[in-house]
Design a protein around this ligand. Structure first.
Ligand code: AMP
Length: 453
């Protein structure tokens, strides 16, 4: 769970990267970083924290140059620590190199062990440091050829940006797990995890980077190639369900429209006798609106989300702790009192949030709470870049839907079917998607349903 942004050929490269990262903040709130390139010198700033806190005017003024890449991080590999903040930077025999990675490599540890055994020293736990080592060891002369040789050895999910003294290189893994789009701003090229970052800086969307595609941008212009071995498409369906920002268009689809369709389909598959449809904000909102439209049950705002609780929010004292979800969500009594309520959320992971929400709604006066989830049960951990707990902690991996309903104390519980999910995403059989978190069908070797953590 990370966001990447890059720009080549603009006088305001670092400032625009800052804005792009701000638009991608939902993809990672742990650390942020920008590396710019000015006449062959790479300039870097990386810190723990939100984009708006990490960068100040003096910091951005130091990040000079007409090319830059940036990253927001939410750790899926490696602990939350400054040494793992990206973009990573290195100097090797052919020059300086910066790398920003969204995804997760499934064979990073095996490669680390192998490289370590031959003397490599690692400075971070970030799995893309492996890629830097492989590039540095390559016998190829051209940078692009070194990247291809390195990537031939890694497996898993990667949407990568490389910045060197001469070029900006973007690569998307052959499955295309994580998104990556290409845009243009006047005479410069822009790359971003999601279109929302292009919209903010008023760049025009050219197209998505294709699965397995490598794009090189330098002073000569842009060129594209497909140097990696082809693989079955595996666009992450959970990006559409939960992760991406609703105003983005992703994999050629409007995230908002897909989420609304998910809710519409959910209403058809799992109706409820109720007076009111509410969303678990913010991620459940489009699906709740879709559910309301198809069911004819009015939509209203029964839960308010606080926008001031970050990941680092500290509860003040042990004796008054365990406010948990109440810090983030509060119930609107006047809306809920005496009402039979359908509450729509995008997913249940451990079940702890849902349980607290149901209790909160009942405490605020709801007479019945019918929980509807706009995706199938999450039964398998993601190894491709979405932060999920171990299999044992995923409540749906070991409990039936009735058991989960009892645990969360809902009067009824309904999930969307696999078919309904595929249909809403425009691919009923989900042949172009990875949906391993729902099915356990992992797309890379060595990960089978029984191999789940
Ligand atoms: P839980 O209490 O573990 O069941 O969490 C469920 C809530 O977490 C839902 O409201 C989801 O929107 C949200 N969610 C789903 N996937 C993730 C994730 N990978 N990281 C953080 N939150 C998530």
């Amino acid at each position: 769970m990370c966001g990447v942004f890059g720009i080549f050929g603009h006088d305001e490269a670092a400032n625009l990267t800052y804005l792009g990262l701000h638009a991608l903040q939902h993809r990672g709130q742990e650390s942020a970083g920008i590396i710019s390139c000015d006449s062959g010198a790479l300039k870097s700033w990386r810190q723990m924290g939100l984009v708006a806190d990490v960068f100040t005017v003096p910091v951005l003024e130091r990040l000079t140059g007409r090319a830059a890449i940036g990253h927001v991080r939410y750790s899926t590999a490696g602990v939350s620590h400054l040494k793992n903040a990206q973009p990573l930077m290195a100097e090797y025999v052919r020059g300086k190199l910066a790398v920003a990675h969204n995804g997760n490599l499934v064979n990073a540890q095996a490669l680390k062990d192998e490289l370590g055994a031959s003397g490599a020293i690692f400075q971070s736990d970030a799995d893309n440091e492996v890629i830097i080592h492989l590039i540095a060891r390559s016998k190829e002369t051209a940078f692009e050829a070194r990247v291809v040789e390195a990537l031939a050895r890694v497996q898993g999910a990667y949407s990568l940006l490389f910045l060197t003294e001469r070029e900006l290189v973007a690569v998307r893994d052959p499955h295309g797990f994580r998104p990556l789009v290409l845009g243009r701003l006047k005479n410069s090229y822009v790359l971003a995890s999601e279109t929302t970052a292009l919209d903010l800086i008023e760049a025009e969307l050219i197209r998505e980077i294709e699965p397995g595609e490598m794009v090189v941008i330098d002073s000569e212009g842009m060129r594209s190639s497909f140097p990696l071995q082809k693989a079955r498409p595996g666009r992450c369906i959970f990006e559409l369900v939960y992760f991406a920002k609703p105003d983005s268009s992703l994999f050629g689809l409007s995230v908002y429209d897909v989420r609304k369709q998910l809710g519409m389909q959910l209403a058809r598959e799992s109706p409820a006798a109720a007076d009111l449809v509410i969303a678990c904000p913010d991620s459940g909102v489009p699906a709740a609106i879709g559910y309301s439209q198809v069911s004819g049950i009015p939509y209203d705002v029964g839960l308010i989300r606080s926008h001031y609780v970050g990941r680092t929010f500290i509860e003040p004292r042990d004796s008054i702790r365990h406010f948990g979800v109440k810090l983030k969500l509060s119930a609107v009594r006047s809306v809920l009192k005496g009402k039979r309520v359908v509450v729509v959320d995008d997913s249940i992971v451990r079940g702890t949030t849902s349980r607290k929400i149901v209790k909160m709604l009942k405490a605020a006066g709801a007479s019945e709470v019918h929980l509807r989830i706009s995706s199938p049960p999450t039964r398998w951990p993601c190894y491709y870049g979405i932060d999920t707990p171990s299999r044992q902690e995923l409540i749906a991996s070991s409990h039936s839907i009735d058991e989960i309903a009892r645990y969360v104390t809902a009067d009824s519980l309904g999930y969307l079917s696999q078919e309904g999910l595929g249909a809403a995403a425009g691919d009923p059989e989900a042949k172009t998607f990875c949906r391993a978190c729902f099915t356990g069908e992992y797309l890379t070797e060595g990960l089978s349903p029984t191999a789940g953590r």
